[in-house]
Each structure stands twice: as C-alpha cells, then as structure tokens.
Design a protein around this ligand. Structure first.
Ligand SMILES: Cc1cc2nc3c(=O)[nH]c(=O)nc-3n(C[C@H](O)[C@H](O)[C@H](O)COP(=O)(O)O)c2cc1C
Length: 353
C-alpha cells in the first residue's frame, strides 16, 4: 500500500539536498523536542515566554491570516508581537494565494528574522504543493507545515510525502482527523504518525492528546518523532514540559500575569482571561465568584485580585477537607492538575488545524 513512498525509492540529488538542509536547520535550532503548539488567542507572546521558562524549546505564534497581516498594521500590532527572548519562534500563517502568503512571510522575516509557516488546505493538494514550494523558493527561512491526519492512513502518508517533496522542512502532525473537533475530540492516532516518521526524511513532530510528562516520554519512544507539540494540556498546566508535575498552578498564573506586565502589557484582556480560565478550571467549576470575577476583570491588577481570591478559597477548602475533627491540620497541598481535559466553549475555534 505504501510502495510509492517507500524509503527505498530513488531519491533525487536535489531532494537529498533539501532533506539535508532541513536537518541542518532543525539542528541549528537546537533540535527542539518540546514545543508549544499554535493556538488562536492563546499562544501569544506572554504565554510563550511563560512556557519557555518551563521546558518549551520552541513555540508557534497563533495562526495569522496572511492577507490581514499584509494589509493591516493594526492587525499586525494586535496579533503579532515578539522579542529577543521569544526564540526560536515559528510564525504560523494561513492563506490560499501563494503571492499573499509569500509577501506576508517576507514581512515577518523582516520583523522577526525567523518565520516558519504552516499550511492546512488538505483538500486541494495542488494548491498546497504550490503554496509550500512558493514559500520555499521565495524565502530564506525554512517552511514548517502542520497537518491533521486523514481517516485513510495511506492518504495521510501520501499527503505527508507531498509536503516533503514540495519543500517542507519540518512537519508537525496532529493525529486527529478534521472531524475530531469540539469538547471531546477523542484520541489521537499516534500509529499513523509513527509511520509518517518512518517514511519521511525530514524532522517530524508528534501532536495530539499529550496529557502528562509520562505521555511526552511515551510519545517520543513509541513514534520516534523528533519532538512533541502540546496545546490543550500546556494551557491548563504551562509547566508540562518541565517534567515536574507538582508546581502550583496559582504560582504559574501569577508568573504569567507578571510576564504580561513586563513584556506585553497590551495583551488583550480576552486573552489573559482565556489563560486564567484554563489554569483555574477547577476553581471556576466549584465557585461562581471566581468565574464572574474573571469575566469582569479587564486589567492585570484586577486579574491578580481574582487570582488571589481563588488561591485563598482553595486554601480554605483544602484546610477544611484535610482536618477531620480531632486531628491536626495538615498544610495546604497544591491542586491535582489532571482534572481539566477538553475544550470549554470559550476555546472552541473553527480555524483550528
Ligand atoms: C485554544 C486553541 C487554539 C488553537 N489554535 C490553533 C491555530 O491557530 N493553529 C493550529 O494549527 N492549531 C491550533 N490549535 C490546535 C493545536 O495546535 C493542536 O494541534 C491541537 O490542540 C492538538 O494538540 P493537543 O491534543 O495537545 O491539544 C488550537 C488548539 C487550541 C486548544
């Protein structure tokens, strides 16, 4: 079934050169294993800085619309900000016209000097091929692609192969199909990602359903991928890639707010709120006041107040729960982090790749 893309197929000199360049490029970035996935309204500068402090070795921007990015300065200011510690960075663009995509890519090349670009028009392979090869030909920086899998494994492999042939330097594969969306998207298919890794020559990244540090290790061991992207879990627990599972979520949330204040005070309250909803999901579920407080907050100071309130209330609950009558009270323990899986309606987005 996979004969047409078997590793033993003859490889042209120029393709070997491309593959070699892809690896040189990947190594020049330090061969990142732990990556923050692209997330609309969520992988913004402040969050990227936070997760980099806790083990993330490369981060993606949220998806940027190439035509808006190119034409509208306000859009660029609102949706793309970076700084010198925000490296290495992949700028993810969507678009369906090669010229616009190339022009947007060149624009960000000038801003950040390192842009990498995703493509996801999985129904129109001719167009995808043109988009990737146009970017590859026109830009100094390598092209990164991110795809979802198809229900048919051989089709997925052929698609991955097409991207490699078109000049993709690094391929991230989300192991869910396009129909696996919403609050319960279901498991990711790591087995097809393993096959893609076996058949392609460029670096391949695993994405989908990483819920713990043990999953990170298992994913790398089972698929032999070169790195792992996380989105959902990283939002709930930004220290996922530190390998530590005992860090206090309130401390991480305070640190996030400090970063917003220091590095990007213009971060939209909607985005800050989204992160706090994710990090404080269990508090919000049991306490309307926290939820309402977050909905009403619009400044870092106001968000900090709500966070402190959540912290105090959690400490009280924990004290009450851990002090049966007649026994000595134990100290407050940080939350168990693995109770907040799935997309809340706040975070559903149709543009997700
Ligand atoms: C809030 C949110 C926003 C997302 N936005 C994007 C996006 O802009 N571009 C993209 O390619 N994928 C996007 N995704 C999908 C993720 O990058 C990732 O492929 C998917 O969530 C599977 O990884 P996970 O199981 O670790 O969450 C988004 C996911 C979430 C949760």
């Amino acid at each position: 079934m996979f004969a047409q893309i078997a590793p033993s197929a003859p490889v042209s000199a120029s393709r070997s050169g491309m593959v070699q360049r892809a690896w040189e490029h990947f190594r020049s970035l330090g061969s990142p294993r732990y990556l923050c996935a692209p997330m609309v309204d969520a992988s913004e500068l402040a969050f990227r800085i936070l997760v980099r402090r806790y083990g993330v070795q490369l981060a993606y921007t949220p998806m940027l619309h190439s035509s808006n990015f190119l034409r509208c300065e306000k859009y660029r200011e609102e949706y793309f900000s970076t700084c010198s510690i925000d490296r290495p960075l992949v700028a993810q663009f969507c678009g369906n016209e090669p010229e616009t995509l190339v022009a947007a890519a060149k624009h960000v090349e000038n801003i950040a000097r390192r842009g990498r670009y995703g493509a996801f028009l999985q129904d129109d392979w001719t167009l995808v091929q043109r988009l990737v090869s146009s970017l590859d030909a026109a830009c100094r920086v390598p092209v990164w692609c991110k795809i979802r899998v198809f229900p048919d494994e051989s089709r997925t492999l052929a698609y991955a192969q097409l991207l490699e042939n078109a000049g993709c330097a690094v391929l991230a594969v989300h192991g869910r199909t396009r129909d696996q969306k919403g609050n319960e998207p279901g498991p990711a298919n790591w087995s097809i990602i393993k096959q893609i890794k076996e058949h392609l020559r460029i670096p391949v990244l695993l994405n989908g359903n990483i819920q713990s540090w043990a999953d990170v290790q298992r994913g790398l061991a089972e698929t032999h991928c070169d790195g792992i992207l996380s989105a959902d879990r990283l939002l709930a627990y930004p220290a996922l890639f530190s390998g530590r599972e005992d860090l206090c979520i309130y401390q991480l949330a305070h640190e996030y707010l400090d970063i917003v204040e220091t590095y990007d005070p213009r971060t939209h309250p909607r985005i800050i709120r989204g992160h706090l909803f994710r990090m404080l999901t269990s508090d919000i579920r049991r306490d309307e006041t926290i939820r309402n407080g977050l909905l009403q907050a619009h400044t870092v100071a106001a968000f900090t107040d709500v966070l402190k309130m959540a912290e105090r209330r959690a400490a009280n609950i924990s004290r009450m729960e851990s002090a049966p009558a007649g026994t000595e009270r134990r100290g407050w323990q940080p939350h168990v982090f693995f109770d907040t899986i799935g997309h809340g309606s706040h975070f559903d987005n149709e543009m997700e790749n």
